[in-house]
Design a protein around this ligand. Structure first.
Ligand SMILES: Nc1nc2c(c(=O)[nH]1)N[C@H]1C(S)=C(S)[C@@H](COP(=O)(O)O)O[C@H]1N2
Ligand SMILES: [Mo]
Length: 552
Protein backbone atom coordinates (compact mmCIF):
# COMPACT_ATOMS: atom_id res chain seq x y z
CA UNK A 1 0.00 0.00 0.00
CA UNK A 2 1.32 3.42 -0.77
CA UNK A 3 1.46 6.27 1.60
CA UNK A 4 -0.94 8.39 -0.36
CA UNK A 5 -3.76 6.01 0.33
CA UNK A 6 -3.89 6.60 4.02
CA UNK A 7 -7.25 8.15 3.77
CA UNK A 8 -9.64 5.70 2.26
CA UNK A 9 -11.91 6.93 -0.44
CA UNK A 10 -15.55 6.47 0.10
CA UNK A 11 -16.84 4.01 -2.43
CA UNK A 12 -20.44 4.54 -3.43
CA UNK A 13 -22.41 1.59 -4.75
CA UNK A 14 -22.48 2.91 -8.29
CA UNK A 15 -18.74 2.97 -8.43
CA UNK A 16 -18.39 -0.48 -6.99
CA UNK A 17 -20.82 -1.75 -9.63
CA UNK A 18 -18.98 0.08 -12.35
CA UNK A 19 -15.60 -1.27 -11.28
CA UNK A 20 -17.13 -4.73 -11.00
CA UNK A 21 -18.51 -4.40 -14.52
CA UNK A 22 -15.12 -3.29 -15.83
CA UNK A 23 -13.51 -6.25 -14.06
CA UNK A 24 -16.05 -8.56 -15.67
CA UNK A 25 -15.29 -7.17 -19.11
CA UNK A 26 -11.54 -7.54 -18.66
CA UNK A 27 -12.03 -11.07 -17.33
CA UNK A 28 -14.27 -12.02 -20.25
CA UNK A 29 -11.79 -10.57 -22.70
CA UNK A 30 -8.99 -12.52 -21.03
CA UNK A 31 -11.00 -15.74 -21.19
CA UNK A 32 -11.69 -15.36 -24.92
CA UNK A 33 -8.13 -14.31 -25.75
CA UNK A 34 -6.57 -17.19 -23.84
CA UNK A 35 -9.08 -19.56 -25.42
CA UNK A 36 -8.04 -18.28 -28.85
CA UNK A 37 -4.40 -18.93 -28.02
CA UNK A 38 -5.09 -22.43 -26.72
CA UNK A 39 -7.34 -23.21 -29.70
CA UNK A 40 -4.34 -22.59 -31.94
CA UNK A 41 -2.60 -25.44 -30.15
CA UNK A 42 -5.69 -27.68 -30.33
CA UNK A 43 -7.73 -26.69 -33.40
CA UNK A 44 -9.55 -23.48 -34.32
CA UNK A 45 -12.93 -25.21 -34.31
CA UNK A 46 -12.52 -25.93 -30.59
CA UNK A 47 -12.59 -22.22 -29.66
CA UNK A 48 -15.61 -21.42 -27.46
CA UNK A 49 -17.34 -18.96 -29.77
CA UNK A 50 -17.03 -21.23 -32.80
CA UNK A 51 -18.00 -24.33 -30.80
CA UNK A 52 -21.02 -22.71 -29.15
CA UNK A 53 -22.00 -21.15 -32.47
CA UNK A 54 -21.79 -24.48 -34.26
CA UNK A 55 -23.78 -26.18 -31.52
CA UNK A 56 -26.37 -23.41 -31.88
CA UNK A 57 -26.51 -23.93 -35.64
CA UNK A 58 -27.13 -27.64 -35.13
CA UNK A 59 -29.95 -26.92 -32.73
CA UNK A 60 -31.55 -24.15 -34.71
CA UNK A 61 -35.07 -25.12 -35.76
CA UNK A 62 -35.50 -25.32 -39.53
CA UNK A 63 -37.73 -22.25 -39.57
CA UNK A 64 -35.21 -20.08 -37.71
CA UNK A 65 -32.35 -21.29 -39.90
CA UNK A 66 -34.44 -20.40 -42.89
CA UNK A 67 -35.18 -17.00 -41.43
CA UNK A 68 -31.49 -16.41 -40.83
CA UNK A 69 -30.55 -17.42 -44.36
CA UNK A 70 -33.32 -15.28 -45.77
CA UNK A 71 -32.53 -12.14 -43.80
CA UNK A 72 -28.79 -12.32 -43.32
CA UNK A 73 -27.87 -14.48 -46.30
CA UNK A 74 -24.25 -15.49 -46.32
CA UNK A 75 -23.75 -13.10 -43.38
CA UNK A 76 -25.86 -15.37 -41.18
CA UNK A 77 -22.69 -16.74 -39.56
CA UNK A 78 -21.33 -13.29 -38.81
CA UNK A 79 -24.65 -12.31 -37.24
CA UNK A 80 -24.61 -15.46 -35.13
CA UNK A 81 -21.09 -14.86 -33.84
CA UNK A 82 -21.84 -11.21 -33.10
CA UNK A 83 -24.91 -12.38 -31.21
CA UNK A 84 -22.82 -14.75 -29.12
CA UNK A 85 -20.26 -12.05 -28.39
CA UNK A 86 -22.98 -9.59 -27.38
CA UNK A 87 -24.51 -12.17 -25.05
CA UNK A 88 -21.11 -12.91 -23.53
CA UNK A 89 -20.45 -9.20 -23.02
CA UNK A 90 -23.70 -8.71 -21.15
CA UNK A 91 -23.06 -11.78 -19.02
CA UNK A 92 -19.49 -10.65 -18.28
CA UNK A 93 -20.78 -7.26 -17.11
CA UNK A 94 -23.34 -8.91 -14.84
CA UNK A 95 -20.85 -11.43 -13.44
CA UNK A 96 -18.42 -8.60 -12.76
CA UNK A 97 -21.03 -6.70 -10.75
CA UNK A 98 -21.87 -9.90 -8.88
CA UNK A 99 -18.18 -10.52 -8.17
CA UNK A 100 -17.80 -6.98 -6.79
CA UNK A 101 -20.06 -8.07 -3.95
CA UNK A 102 -19.47 -11.81 -3.92
CA UNK A 103 -15.98 -12.40 -5.11
CA UNK A 104 -15.97 -16.21 -5.08
CA UNK A 105 -19.43 -16.61 -6.55
CA UNK A 106 -18.63 -14.24 -9.38
CA UNK A 107 -15.37 -15.95 -10.22
CA UNK A 108 -17.04 -19.36 -10.03
CA UNK A 109 -19.72 -18.06 -12.41
CA UNK A 110 -17.03 -17.49 -15.02
CA UNK A 111 -16.00 -21.13 -14.69
CA UNK A 112 -19.55 -22.20 -15.55
CA UNK A 113 -19.13 -20.73 -19.02
CA UNK A 114 -16.12 -22.94 -19.47
CA UNK A 115 -18.32 -25.96 -18.88
CA UNK A 116 -20.70 -24.81 -21.63
CA UNK A 117 -17.87 -24.08 -24.07
CA UNK A 118 -16.03 -27.30 -23.33
CA UNK A 119 -19.18 -29.32 -23.65
CA UNK A 120 -20.04 -27.65 -26.99
CA UNK A 121 -16.53 -28.21 -28.32
CA UNK A 122 -16.28 -31.87 -27.37
CA UNK A 123 -19.77 -32.74 -28.57
CA UNK A 124 -19.16 -31.48 -32.12
CA UNK A 125 -19.46 -34.34 -34.60
CA UNK A 126 -15.93 -33.67 -35.84
CA UNK A 127 -14.45 -33.61 -32.34
CA UNK A 128 -12.17 -36.58 -31.87
CA UNK A 129 -10.35 -35.69 -28.67
CA UNK A 130 -11.07 -34.42 -25.16
CA UNK A 131 -8.42 -31.78 -25.82
CA UNK A 132 -11.13 -29.81 -27.63
CA UNK A 133 -12.29 -28.86 -24.12
CA UNK A 134 -9.00 -27.13 -23.37
CA UNK A 135 -9.53 -23.72 -25.03
CA UNK A 136 -12.70 -23.11 -23.02
CA UNK A 137 -11.34 -24.64 -19.83
CA UNK A 138 -8.02 -22.81 -19.79
CA UNK A 139 -9.70 -19.61 -21.00
CA UNK A 140 -12.20 -19.47 -18.14
CA UNK A 141 -9.60 -20.36 -15.53
CA UNK A 142 -7.57 -17.36 -16.69
CA UNK A 143 -10.73 -15.22 -16.80
CA UNK A 144 -11.88 -16.29 -13.34
CA UNK A 145 -8.40 -15.59 -11.97
CA UNK A 146 -8.36 -12.11 -13.45
CA UNK A 147 -11.82 -11.37 -12.08
CA UNK A 148 -10.83 -12.63 -8.63
CA UNK A 149 -7.72 -10.50 -8.55
CA UNK A 150 -9.43 -7.37 -9.90
CA UNK A 151 -12.41 -7.36 -7.57
CA UNK A 152 -9.96 -8.08 -4.74
CA UNK A 153 -8.61 -4.58 -5.37
CA UNK A 154 -12.02 -3.13 -4.57
CA UNK A 155 -11.71 -3.88 -0.88
CA UNK A 156 -14.31 -5.73 1.17
CA UNK A 157 -17.77 -5.45 -0.21
CA UNK A 158 -19.66 -4.85 3.03
CA UNK A 159 -17.25 -2.75 4.97
CA UNK A 160 -19.47 -0.32 6.82
CA UNK A 161 -17.67 0.43 10.07
CA UNK A 162 -14.85 -1.93 9.26
CA UNK A 163 -11.67 -0.01 8.72
CA UNK A 164 -9.94 -0.77 5.50
CA UNK A 165 -6.52 -2.29 5.59
CA UNK A 166 -5.23 0.63 3.54
CA UNK A 167 -5.41 2.76 6.64
CA UNK A 168 -2.76 0.65 8.25
CA UNK A 169 0.46 2.28 7.37
CA UNK A 170 3.53 3.37 9.17
CA UNK A 171 2.88 6.20 11.53
CA UNK A 172 -0.74 5.34 12.09
CA UNK A 173 -2.04 3.53 15.03
CA UNK A 174 -3.17 0.17 13.72
CA UNK A 175 -6.88 0.51 13.41
CA UNK A 176 -7.82 -3.05 12.70
CA UNK A 177 -8.72 -3.53 16.30
CA UNK A 178 -11.69 -1.25 16.29
CA UNK A 179 -13.55 1.58 14.66
CA UNK A 180 -11.24 4.26 15.85
CA UNK A 181 -9.30 5.38 12.76
CA UNK A 182 -10.42 7.68 9.96
CA UNK A 183 -11.86 4.65 8.17
CA UNK A 184 -14.44 4.34 10.83
CA UNK A 185 -16.34 7.24 9.43
CA UNK A 186 -16.34 6.02 5.79
CA UNK A 187 -19.44 4.15 4.67
CA UNK A 188 -17.38 1.70 2.70
CA UNK A 189 -13.86 0.51 2.59
CA UNK A 190 -11.43 2.18 0.25
CA UNK A 191 -10.18 0.52 -2.83
CA UNK A 192 -6.75 -0.07 -4.20
CA UNK A 193 -7.07 2.18 -7.16
CA UNK A 194 -3.51 1.89 -8.33
CA UNK A 195 -3.45 -1.89 -7.94
CA UNK A 196 -6.71 -2.16 -9.85
CA UNK A 197 -5.55 -0.06 -12.75
CA UNK A 198 -2.23 -1.89 -12.98
CA UNK A 199 -3.84 -5.33 -12.80
CA UNK A 200 -6.58 -4.44 -15.29
CA UNK A 201 -4.12 -2.91 -17.74
CA UNK A 202 -1.74 -5.84 -17.42
CA UNK A 203 -4.53 -8.36 -17.95
CA UNK A 204 -5.87 -6.49 -20.96
CA UNK A 205 -2.43 -6.10 -22.52
CA UNK A 206 -1.42 -9.70 -21.93
CA UNK A 207 -4.76 -10.88 -23.31
CA UNK A 208 -4.43 -8.75 -26.40
CA UNK A 209 -1.01 -10.26 -27.03
CA UNK A 210 -2.23 -13.81 -26.37
CA UNK A 211 -5.25 -13.28 -28.58
CA UNK A 212 -3.18 -11.82 -31.39
CA UNK A 213 -0.71 -14.71 -31.29
CA UNK A 214 -3.61 -17.18 -31.26
CA UNK A 215 -5.31 -15.44 -34.19
CA UNK A 216 -2.11 -15.41 -36.21
CA UNK A 217 -1.44 -19.08 -35.53
CA UNK A 218 -5.03 -20.00 -36.37
CA UNK A 219 -4.94 -18.01 -39.58
CA UNK A 220 -1.70 -19.62 -40.65
CA UNK A 221 -3.17 -23.05 -40.10
CA UNK A 222 -3.95 -24.98 -43.18
CA UNK A 223 -0.81 -23.75 -44.96
CA UNK A 224 -0.31 -27.20 -46.35
CA UNK A 225 -3.90 -27.19 -47.60
CA UNK A 226 -3.37 -23.83 -49.27
CA UNK A 227 -0.14 -25.09 -50.82
CA UNK A 228 -1.78 -28.28 -52.05
CA UNK A 229 -4.47 -26.21 -53.71
CA UNK A 230 -2.23 -23.64 -55.35
CA UNK A 231 0.13 -26.28 -56.71
CA UNK A 232 -2.72 -28.26 -58.22
CA UNK A 233 -3.01 -28.27 -61.98
CA UNK A 234 -6.32 -29.68 -63.10
CA UNK A 235 -5.79 -32.24 -65.86
CA UNK A 236 -7.73 -31.75 -69.06
CA UNK A 237 -11.02 -33.62 -68.84
CA UNK A 238 -11.39 -36.72 -71.01
CA UNK A 239 -14.93 -35.57 -71.69
CA UNK A 240 -15.14 -31.80 -71.91
CA UNK A 241 -18.37 -29.90 -71.34
CA UNK A 242 -20.10 -29.22 -74.63
CA UNK A 243 -19.56 -25.56 -75.47
CA UNK A 244 -22.45 -23.44 -74.27
CA UNK A 245 -24.57 -23.02 -77.42
CA UNK A 246 -24.83 -19.63 -79.00
CA UNK A 247 -28.08 -18.19 -77.90
CA UNK A 248 -27.98 -19.75 -74.43
CA UNK A 249 -26.66 -16.49 -73.00
CA UNK A 250 -28.93 -13.50 -73.38
CA UNK A 251 -27.38 -10.08 -73.56
CA UNK A 252 -29.93 -8.38 -71.37
CA UNK A 253 -28.73 -6.15 -68.54
CA UNK A 254 -29.82 -7.49 -65.17
CA UNK A 255 -30.31 -11.12 -66.09
CA UNK A 256 -28.28 -13.65 -64.04
CA UNK A 257 -25.10 -14.58 -65.83
CA UNK A 258 -25.32 -18.07 -67.28
CA UNK A 259 -22.27 -19.20 -65.30
CA UNK A 260 -21.64 -17.65 -61.90
CA UNK A 261 -18.03 -16.72 -61.10
CA UNK A 262 -16.63 -18.67 -58.16
CA UNK A 263 -16.49 -15.61 -55.94
CA UNK A 264 -20.15 -14.84 -56.70
CA UNK A 265 -21.43 -18.39 -56.32
CA UNK A 266 -23.87 -18.69 -53.44
CA UNK A 267 -22.61 -20.43 -50.34
CA UNK A 268 -24.70 -22.35 -47.83
CA UNK A 269 -23.22 -24.55 -45.12
CA UNK A 270 -22.95 -24.95 -41.38
CA UNK A 271 -19.18 -24.37 -41.17
CA UNK A 272 -18.17 -21.40 -39.00
CA UNK A 273 -14.55 -22.17 -39.82
CA UNK A 274 -14.09 -23.20 -43.45
CA UNK A 275 -12.33 -26.59 -43.41
CA UNK A 276 -8.85 -26.46 -44.93
CA UNK A 277 -8.05 -29.93 -46.14
CA UNK A 278 -4.64 -30.84 -47.56
CA UNK A 279 -5.34 -32.62 -50.85
CA UNK A 280 -2.20 -34.73 -50.53
CA UNK A 281 -3.42 -36.13 -47.21
CA UNK A 282 -7.06 -36.46 -48.31
CA UNK A 283 -8.70 -39.89 -48.43
CA UNK A 284 -12.19 -41.00 -49.39
CA UNK A 285 -13.49 -44.25 -48.03
CA UNK A 286 -16.34 -46.07 -49.75
CA UNK A 287 -17.99 -48.80 -47.70
CA UNK A 288 -21.27 -50.16 -46.35
CA UNK A 289 -24.19 -52.32 -47.41
CA UNK A 290 -23.67 -54.13 -50.66
CA UNK A 291 -20.14 -52.79 -51.08
CA UNK A 292 -18.38 -56.01 -52.02
CA UNK A 293 -15.05 -54.28 -52.63
CA UNK A 294 -14.63 -51.40 -50.14
CA UNK A 295 -12.21 -48.80 -51.40
CA UNK A 296 -10.12 -45.91 -50.12
CA UNK A 297 -9.09 -43.43 -52.79
CA UNK A 298 -6.53 -40.64 -52.66
CA UNK A 299 -6.66 -37.35 -54.51
CA UNK A 300 -4.00 -38.63 -56.93
CA UNK A 301 -6.19 -41.66 -57.62
CA UNK A 302 -8.95 -39.28 -58.67
CA UNK A 303 -6.61 -37.24 -60.87
CA UNK A 304 -5.56 -40.41 -62.68
CA UNK A 305 -9.12 -41.39 -63.46
CA UNK A 306 -11.15 -40.26 -66.43
CA UNK A 307 -12.37 -36.76 -65.67
CA UNK A 308 -15.57 -35.33 -67.03
CA UNK A 309 -16.56 -31.71 -67.21
CA UNK A 310 -20.19 -30.57 -67.02
CA UNK A 311 -22.28 -27.49 -66.44
CA UNK A 312 -24.57 -28.19 -63.52
CA UNK A 313 -26.96 -25.78 -61.81
CA UNK A 314 -26.96 -26.24 -58.04
CA UNK A 315 -29.92 -25.14 -55.92
CA UNK A 316 -30.47 -24.85 -52.19
CA UNK A 317 -33.68 -26.16 -50.67
CA UNK A 318 -33.73 -23.00 -48.54
CA UNK A 319 -34.12 -20.85 -51.61
CA UNK A 320 -37.47 -19.14 -51.36
CA UNK A 321 -39.44 -18.22 -54.47
CA UNK A 322 -37.39 -15.53 -56.22
CA UNK A 323 -34.41 -16.15 -53.93
CA UNK A 324 -30.66 -16.11 -54.68
CA UNK A 325 -29.52 -19.60 -53.62
CA UNK A 326 -29.16 -21.09 -57.07
CA UNK A 327 -26.16 -20.95 -59.37
CA UNK A 328 -24.66 -22.55 -62.43
CA UNK A 329 -21.01 -23.53 -62.77
CA UNK A 330 -18.73 -25.69 -64.91
CA UNK A 331 -17.55 -28.57 -62.77
CA UNK A 332 -14.79 -31.12 -63.35
CA UNK A 333 -14.79 -34.44 -61.56
CA UNK A 334 -15.00 -38.19 -61.75
CA UNK A 335 -18.19 -40.09 -62.36
CA UNK A 336 -19.40 -41.32 -59.01
CA UNK A 337 -21.34 -44.17 -60.63
CA UNK A 338 -18.15 -45.69 -62.03
CA UNK A 339 -16.43 -45.67 -58.65
CA UNK A 340 -19.46 -47.16 -56.96
CA UNK A 341 -19.72 -49.88 -59.61
CA UNK A 342 -16.06 -50.77 -59.05
CA UNK A 343 -16.88 -51.19 -55.37
CA UNK A 344 -19.59 -53.66 -56.32
CA UNK A 345 -22.49 -51.32 -55.57
CA UNK A 346 -25.73 -51.99 -57.47
CA UNK A 347 -28.73 -49.64 -57.43
CA UNK A 348 -31.91 -50.97 -55.81
CA UNK A 349 -33.47 -51.52 -59.26
CA UNK A 350 -30.65 -53.99 -60.00
CA UNK A 351 -31.04 -55.78 -56.69
CA UNK A 352 -28.67 -53.69 -54.58
CA UNK A 353 -29.47 -53.78 -50.84
CA UNK A 354 -28.69 -50.09 -50.18
CA UNK A 355 -31.07 -47.33 -51.26
CA UNK A 356 -29.25 -44.45 -49.54
CA UNK A 357 -25.74 -43.13 -50.08
CA UNK A 358 -24.56 -41.17 -47.05
CA UNK A 359 -21.70 -38.76 -47.69
CA UNK A 360 -19.76 -37.47 -44.68
CA UNK A 361 -17.56 -34.42 -44.61
CA UNK A 362 -14.48 -33.65 -42.54
CA UNK A 363 -16.62 -31.29 -40.43
CA UNK A 364 -19.14 -33.97 -39.58
CA UNK A 365 -21.90 -33.04 -42.05
CA UNK A 366 -23.94 -35.99 -43.34
CA UNK A 367 -25.85 -35.84 -46.60
CA UNK A 368 -28.01 -38.70 -47.87
CA UNK A 369 -28.80 -39.25 -51.56
CA UNK A 370 -30.89 -41.94 -53.25
CA UNK A 371 -28.52 -44.56 -54.74
CA UNK A 372 -30.98 -45.01 -57.59
CA UNK A 373 -30.62 -41.37 -58.68
CA UNK A 374 -26.86 -41.35 -58.26
CA UNK A 375 -26.53 -44.44 -60.48
CA UNK A 376 -29.24 -43.83 -63.07
CA UNK A 377 -26.83 -42.47 -65.66
CA UNK A 378 -26.95 -38.78 -64.79
CA UNK A 379 -23.63 -37.00 -64.25
CA UNK A 380 -23.29 -37.49 -60.52
CA UNK A 381 -19.80 -36.24 -59.73
CA UNK A 382 -17.05 -36.27 -57.22
CA UNK A 383 -16.05 -32.77 -58.27
CA UNK A 384 -12.52 -31.39 -57.93
CA UNK A 385 -12.79 -28.32 -60.15
CA UNK A 386 -15.14 -25.36 -60.49
CA UNK A 387 -15.04 -23.05 -63.51
CA UNK A 388 -11.56 -24.19 -64.47
CA UNK A 389 -10.03 -23.85 -61.00
CA UNK A 390 -9.55 -26.29 -58.14
CA UNK A 391 -12.62 -26.04 -55.89
CA UNK A 392 -12.45 -22.94 -53.69
CA UNK A 393 -12.15 -23.88 -49.99
CA UNK A 394 -15.64 -22.43 -49.40
CA UNK A 395 -17.06 -24.75 -52.02
CA UNK A 396 -15.53 -27.97 -50.73
CA UNK A 397 -11.85 -28.28 -51.63
CA UNK A 398 -10.47 -30.79 -52.37
CA UNK A 399 -13.53 -32.86 -53.31
CA UNK A 400 -17.29 -32.45 -53.16
CA UNK A 401 -20.25 -34.36 -54.45
CA UNK A 402 -22.80 -33.10 -56.97
CA UNK A 403 -25.89 -34.83 -58.29
CA UNK A 404 -27.82 -32.96 -60.99
CA UNK A 405 -31.49 -32.60 -60.09
CA UNK A 406 -31.21 -32.91 -56.30
CA UNK A 407 -31.13 -30.04 -53.81
CA UNK A 408 -27.71 -29.44 -52.27
CA UNK A 409 -28.64 -30.76 -48.83
CA UNK A 410 -29.35 -34.21 -50.28
CA UNK A 411 -26.51 -34.39 -52.80
CA UNK A 412 -23.73 -31.84 -52.71
CA UNK A 413 -21.51 -32.78 -49.73
CA UNK A 414 -18.49 -30.46 -49.55
CA UNK A 415 -15.15 -31.50 -47.98
CA UNK A 416 -16.28 -35.10 -48.44
CA UNK A 417 -14.25 -37.88 -46.81
CA UNK A 418 -16.53 -40.87 -46.48
CA UNK A 419 -19.31 -42.56 -48.46
CA UNK A 420 -21.41 -45.16 -46.75
CA UNK A 421 -24.05 -47.25 -48.48
CA UNK A 422 -27.05 -47.83 -46.25
CA UNK A 423 -30.84 -47.55 -46.32
CA UNK A 424 -33.24 -44.66 -45.72
CA UNK A 425 -34.87 -46.84 -43.05
CA UNK A 426 -31.62 -47.31 -41.18
CA UNK A 427 -30.23 -43.80 -41.15
CA UNK A 428 -31.35 -40.15 -41.16
CA UNK A 429 -28.77 -37.62 -42.31
CA UNK A 430 -28.15 -34.21 -40.68
CA UNK A 431 -30.96 -32.17 -42.27
CA UNK A 432 -33.44 -35.03 -42.17
CA UNK A 433 -33.02 -35.15 -38.39
CA UNK A 434 -34.04 -31.48 -38.55
CA UNK A 435 -37.39 -31.97 -40.27
CA UNK A 436 -36.28 -31.70 -43.89
CA UNK A 437 -37.44 -34.35 -46.35
CA UNK A 438 -35.46 -37.54 -46.93
CA UNK A 439 -35.79 -37.22 -50.67
CA UNK A 440 -35.79 -33.86 -52.38
CA UNK A 441 -35.64 -33.52 -56.16
CA UNK A 442 -35.37 -29.88 -57.21
CA UNK A 443 -38.73 -28.25 -57.89
CA UNK A 444 -39.33 -26.42 -61.16
CA UNK A 445 -38.82 -22.71 -60.52
CA UNK A 446 -38.49 -19.40 -62.34
CA UNK A 447 -37.23 -16.06 -61.18
CA UNK A 448 -37.68 -12.59 -62.63
CA UNK A 449 -34.22 -10.99 -62.50
CA UNK A 450 -35.17 -7.74 -64.17
CA UNK A 451 -36.94 -5.41 -63.54
CA UNK A 452 -36.22 -5.53 -59.83
CA UNK A 453 -39.07 -5.24 -57.33
CA UNK A 454 -40.29 -1.64 -57.01
CA UNK A 455 -38.24 -0.54 -60.01
CA UNK A 456 -39.55 2.53 -61.86
CA UNK A 457 -39.04 1.88 -65.56
CA UNK A 458 -40.15 4.34 -68.21
CA UNK A 459 -43.23 3.61 -70.27
CA UNK A 460 -42.43 1.84 -73.54
CA UNK A 461 -40.76 -1.51 -74.15
CA UNK A 462 -39.32 -2.92 -70.94
CA UNK A 463 -37.32 -6.14 -71.12
CA UNK A 464 -38.53 -8.59 -68.51
CA UNK A 465 -35.97 -11.38 -68.11
CA UNK A 466 -34.83 -14.06 -65.74
CA UNK A 467 -33.91 -17.69 -65.29
CA UNK A 468 -35.87 -20.92 -65.01
CA UNK A 469 -34.65 -24.29 -63.75
CA UNK A 470 -35.88 -27.85 -63.50
CA UNK A 471 -32.61 -29.77 -63.33
CA UNK A 472 -32.45 -33.13 -65.04
CA UNK A 473 -35.89 -32.64 -66.52
CA UNK A 474 -35.30 -29.46 -68.47
CA UNK A 475 -37.39 -26.33 -69.03
CA UNK A 476 -39.79 -26.29 -71.96
CA UNK A 477 -41.81 -23.14 -71.47
CA UNK A 478 -41.83 -19.92 -69.50
CA UNK A 479 -44.89 -17.67 -69.36
CA UNK A 480 -45.33 -14.14 -68.09
CA UNK A 481 -48.55 -12.56 -66.90
CA UNK A 482 -49.24 -8.87 -66.53
CA UNK A 483 -51.56 -8.10 -63.60
CA UNK A 484 -54.56 -10.40 -64.03
CA UNK A 485 -54.13 -10.72 -67.78
CA UNK A 486 -53.61 -13.88 -69.84
CA UNK A 487 -50.38 -15.89 -69.72
CA UNK A 488 -48.04 -14.96 -72.56
CA UNK A 489 -45.07 -17.01 -73.72
CA UNK A 490 -41.63 -15.65 -72.96
CA UNK A 491 -38.73 -16.19 -75.37
CA UNK A 492 -36.53 -18.98 -74.07
CA UNK A 493 -32.80 -18.78 -74.57
CA UNK A 494 -31.36 -21.95 -76.02
CA UNK A 495 -30.91 -24.81 -73.64
CA UNK A 496 -27.40 -25.84 -72.65
CA UNK A 497 -28.34 -29.13 -71.00
CA UNK A 498 -31.30 -30.26 -68.98
CA UNK A 499 -29.09 -30.03 -65.89
CA UNK A 500 -28.62 -26.28 -66.29
CA UNK A 501 -30.91 -23.35 -65.89
CA UNK A 502 -32.30 -21.50 -68.85
CA UNK A 503 -32.55 -17.78 -69.37
CA UNK A 504 -35.71 -16.20 -70.80
CA UNK A 505 -36.92 -12.78 -71.82
CA UNK A 506 -40.19 -11.02 -72.51
CA UNK A 507 -40.48 -7.62 -74.19
CA UNK A 508 -43.24 -5.87 -72.30
CA UNK A 509 -45.08 -2.83 -73.68
CA UNK A 510 -45.19 -1.09 -70.36
CA UNK A 511 -47.90 1.46 -69.70
CA UNK A 512 -48.00 3.97 -66.86
CA UNK A 513 -49.08 2.83 -63.46
CA UNK A 514 -48.28 0.14 -60.93
CA UNK A 515 -48.17 -3.38 -62.36
CA UNK A 516 -47.54 -6.89 -61.14
CA UNK A 517 -45.46 -9.18 -63.32
CA UNK A 518 -45.79 -12.90 -62.60
CA UNK A 519 -43.86 -15.78 -64.14
CA UNK A 520 -44.23 -19.55 -64.27
CA UNK A 521 -42.38 -22.38 -65.99
CA UNK A 522 -43.25 -25.74 -67.44
CA UNK A 523 -40.75 -28.58 -67.35
CA UNK A 524 -40.15 -31.24 -70.00
CA UNK A 525 -42.48 -33.70 -68.31
CA UNK A 526 -45.25 -31.20 -69.11
CA UNK A 527 -45.73 -30.15 -65.49
CA UNK A 528 -46.41 -26.46 -64.98
CA UNK A 529 -45.28 -24.92 -61.71
CA UNK A 530 -48.05 -24.92 -59.15
CA UNK A 531 -49.38 -21.57 -57.97
CA UNK A 532 -49.62 -22.93 -54.46
CA UNK A 533 -47.02 -21.18 -52.31
CA UNK A 534 -45.28 -23.42 -49.81
CA UNK A 535 -42.50 -22.71 -47.41
CA UNK A 536 -39.02 -24.07 -48.06
CA UNK A 537 -39.37 -26.65 -45.27
CA UNK A 538 -39.53 -29.62 -45.79
CA UNK A 539 -38.72 -30.10 -49.48
CA UNK A 540 -38.37 -26.74 -51.20
CA UNK A 541 -40.56 -23.72 -51.92
CA UNK A 542 -43.25 -23.80 -54.59
CA UNK A 543 -45.29 -21.01 -56.12
CA UNK A 544 -44.91 -18.31 -58.74
CA UNK A 545 -42.49 -15.43 -58.52
CA UNK A 546 -43.92 -11.99 -59.03
CA UNK A 547 -42.56 -8.48 -59.03
CA UNK A 548 -44.38 -5.18 -58.58
CA UNK A 549 -43.12 -2.21 -60.60
CA UNK A 550 -44.33 1.31 -61.19
CA UNK A 551 -44.03 2.59 -64.73
CA UNK A 552 -43.44 6.33 -64.99
N1 LIG B 1 -19.94 -30.31 -45.59
C1 LIG B 1 -21.04 -29.66 -45.97
N2 LIG B 1 -21.48 -29.81 -47.23
C2 LIG B 1 -22.60 -29.16 -47.65
C3 LIG B 1 -23.33 -28.34 -46.76
C4 LIG B 1 -22.84 -28.20 -45.43
O1 LIG B 1 -23.42 -27.50 -44.59
N3 LIG B 1 -21.69 -28.87 -45.08
N4 LIG B 1 -24.46 -27.68 -47.20
C5 LIG B 1 -25.13 -28.24 -48.36
C6 LIG B 1 -26.14 -27.36 -48.90
S1 LIG B 1 -27.56 -27.15 -47.98
C7 LIG B 1 -26.02 -26.77 -50.13
S2 LIG B 1 -27.31 -25.95 -50.83
C8 LIG B 1 -24.76 -26.86 -50.89
C9 LIG B 1 -24.28 -25.47 -51.23
O2 LIG B 1 -23.05 -25.55 -51.90
P1 LIG B 1 -22.24 -24.21 -52.17
O3 LIG B 1 -22.00 -23.58 -50.84
O4 LIG B 1 -20.99 -24.63 -52.86
O5 LIG B 1 -23.11 -23.36 -53.03
O6 LIG B 1 -23.74 -27.52 -50.16
C10 LIG B 1 -24.18 -28.66 -49.46
N5 LIG B 1 -23.02 -29.31 -48.93
MO1 LIG C 1 -29.00 -26.07 -49.18
Amino acid sequence: MSEDQKVPRAQPAWRRCLLGAVSGLVAGYTALAVAELVSAAVRPQAGPVVAVGSAAIDRTPAAVKDYAIRHFGTNDKLVLQLGILTTLTVLALLLGVLAAYRRRTGAAGVLLFGVVGAWAATSRPDSTSWTDALPSAVGVIAGAGVLYVLVGRLGPGKATHTPAPVTQSRGDTPTAAGPVGPAAVTREAGWDRRGFIIAATAAAAASTAAGAVGRTLNNSRGQSAVASRSSLLLPAPASAAAPVPKGARLRIPGVSSFVAANKDFYRVDTALVVPKVDATAWRLRIHGKGVTRPMTVTFDDLLRRELIERHITLTCVSNEVGGPYVGNARWIGVRLTDLLAECGVRPPSKGGPADQLVARSVDGMTIGSPVEDVMDGRDALLAIGMNGEPLPFEHGFPVRMLVPGLYGYVSACKWIEDIELTTFDAYDAYWVKRKWARRAPIKTQTRIDTPKPFARPKAGTVMVAGVAWAQHRGIDKVEVRLDDGPWQQADLAREDTRDTWRQWSFPWKATRGTHTLTVRATDRTGQTQTERRTRTVPDGASGWHSVVVTVD
